[in-house]
Ligand binder design. Structure first.
Ligand SMILES: Cc1ncc(COP(=O)(O)O)c(C=O)c1O
Length: 336
């Protein structure tokens, strides 16, 4: 039985160098922390989401009625699970396990479509009569980015396709995002917690047609998104912030590709064409290697809690060159 509720945050602590949690290091940036601090002056009032909602709509070229702000992507999964009544719900794996956990917690049966090979999306693997399909893009833990066309092709009358784009801001220019297009029958979930270092604040949103947004809003607790989170959402959707994230994504991508080349050079299998801020790596006895790395002070994310991976897989977060050198040295000491 896979523990769907296992996440990278339970793999860190105790002074370990963190390659397990996919939150950008050195975040939140000072200007963003200052905006959040300033919002404390408004805490006596109940949160007013209107400015942040408008900022999200403007960032993606959507109407305000197509936006619901949430306490992170995690809340969005729960709200969706509460409002849908699927006859055949399909979760495309390997992917982040909370969408499936939320569906099950809401009492829905879930079918897994497990991608093979290099984890490219195979639309023909999704049963024709699935009326709810959930997938990630780019996908945690594989780092695979599916083309926008392939994801959009899953949409059809009578089906809701939910795309978790929590890591889409790792991809410069976001060419594969459906946030700006929002084809009929597609809902997009976004998170601000990774790139901006706001995991503790809880900030995300859903983009979908206004009818679904209304149903999700009905299911959401009142004032679910706090005033500091609203300040952060508004700030992170401003054009300067989007440009800053884009520049980071390009630099992160170069560092990621160097780490991938170094690992590949040692004979490890790295899932090709990684697009997000982590690598998915296969090596013999990955769990044993992970345990020995922990003894040397390094935390990497186990892969065996993701349906479709197994004990030979690890997920490694992208950090900076110095941190990568340290990890590569620790691996070399283990003969990897
Ligand atoms: C793919 C993916 N989606 C969503 C989330 C949850 O994001 P949030 O912090 O916004 O709830 C995570 C967190 O690990 C994730 O990896």
């Amino acid at each position: 039985m896979i523990d769907l509720r296992h996440h990278g945050d339970s793999e860190v602590g105790g002074g370990l160098i963190d390659f397990a949690v996919n939150v950008r290091t050195g975040t939140p940036p000072a200007w963003l922390a200052e905006r959040i601090r300033a919002s404390v002056a408004d805490l006596a009032a109940y949160p007013d989401p209107s400015a942040a909602r408008a900022a999200v709509a403007a960032r993606h070229g959507r109407a305000v009625g197509e936006v619901l702000l949430t306490a992170g992507a995690a809340e969005a999964f729960v709200l969706l699970a509460r409002v849908v009544a699927p006859r055949r719900a399909v979760v495309v794996h390997p992917q982040f396990t909370e969408p499936e956990a939320a569906l099950r917690a809401a009492g829905h049966a879930v079918e897994r479509v497990v991608l093979g090979g290099d984890f490219a999306l195979d639309p023909s693997a999704v049963p024709d009569d699935a009326d709810l399909v959930m997938l990630g893009n780019p996908t945690n833990p594989t780092s695979v980015l599916h083309p926008a066309e392939a994801v959009a092709a899953l949409a059809r009358p009578g089906r809701l396709v939910v795309v978790d784009e929590a890591f889409m801001d790792c991809v410069p220019g976001e060419p594969a995002s459906l946030a700006g297009r929002l084809p009929a029958g597609v809902a997009v979930i976004r998170s601000l917690t990774k790139t901006w270092g706001l995991a503790g604040l809880r900030a995300g949103y859903v983009l979908a047609e206004p009818g679904l947004i209304g149903r999700l809003a009905e299911a959401q607790p009142l004032w679910a998104v706090s005033t500091p989170a609203l300040a952060a959402i508004e700030a992170c959707c401003a054009p300067d912030a989007v440009a800053e994230a884009d520049a980071w994504a390009a630099a992160m991508g170069a560092e990621r590709d160097r780490l991938a080349a170094a690992l590949t050079g040692r004979g490890l299998h790295v899932v090709p064409r990684p697009a997000a801020s982590f690598l998915c790596v296969r090596l013999p006895d990955a769990l044993g290697v992970r345990a020995l790395l922990r003894q040397r002070g390094y935390a990497v994310r186990r892969g065996d809690t993701f349906p479709g991976l197994g004990p030979d897989w690890l997920r490694i977060a992208v950090r900076d060159a110095a941190a990568h050198d340290g990890l590569l040295k620790a691996l070399a000491d283990l003969g990897v």
